[in-house]
Design a binder for this molecule. Sequence first.
Ligand SMILES: Cc1cc2nc3c(=O)[nH]c(=O)nc-3n(C[C@H](O)[C@H](O)[C@H](O)COP(=O)(O)O)c2cc1C
Length: 205
Amino acid sequence: MDHSNNLTLIGAEDVITDVIRERRSIYPDEFLAKDIPQNIVEEILVNATWAPTHKMTEPWRFIVLQGTHQYQFGLYMANYYKNYYLEKLSHSKFAAKFKYLQEYPLKAACMIAIILVRHPKIALPEWEEIAAVSCAVQNMALSCTAYGLGGYWCSTDAAIEYVKELGLAENERSLGLFIMGHFDPLAITPRKKRSPLTKKVTWLK
Ligand SMILES: Cc1cc2nc3c(=O)[nH]c(=O)nc-3n(C[C@H](O)[C@H](O)[C@H](O)COP(=O)(O)O)c2cc1C
């Protein structure tokens, strides 16, 4: 065992640490209703596809939803939770909530439907394929951070069901939406804390 400290650095260690630790979930309330050029969205999606996958199954498919589809998702979400909030809220509070949900996605630049695609021949455990898609989504999130954009993974029941209605094949499963947009870094809430390493890591030597 070589115990020397000679690492072969590629010169990106500070950059990746900054990007990883700067990333945070940015929500549609915080978006600035501004487009992201298509070539940047494509770069972000290409980065997603560079995620590792067991047996190279690449078990994903993405649908980029913009414009009227953002409006449709807002309306879908408002109707999805309608009965729940009708029971819970007064009439005026319900009306405000309905409007809020309806308008929720409108300031995003786009929404990426995240679809797990099971390989027709390679039968890996589903958890491995979901793990691979999650790596792809994290690549998307980190790429957004690197471009100064925000985003978050929306896995609410409404988002899962909305993506299902886009027309999924038998071997596909909806994993919700990655919603992205521009934001003002000075206007957002502070970063969430993380537990110290000592609570999460055991070293066995
Ligand atoms: C698989 C997954 C699903 C998530 N779904 C939601 C969601 O439906 N709604 C939401 O507000 N945040 C969702 N999030 C974002 C988390 O709330 C967020 O990552 C967490 O609070 C930590 O904050 P940070 O991302 O800013 O570090 C999801 C995150 C992951 C990884």
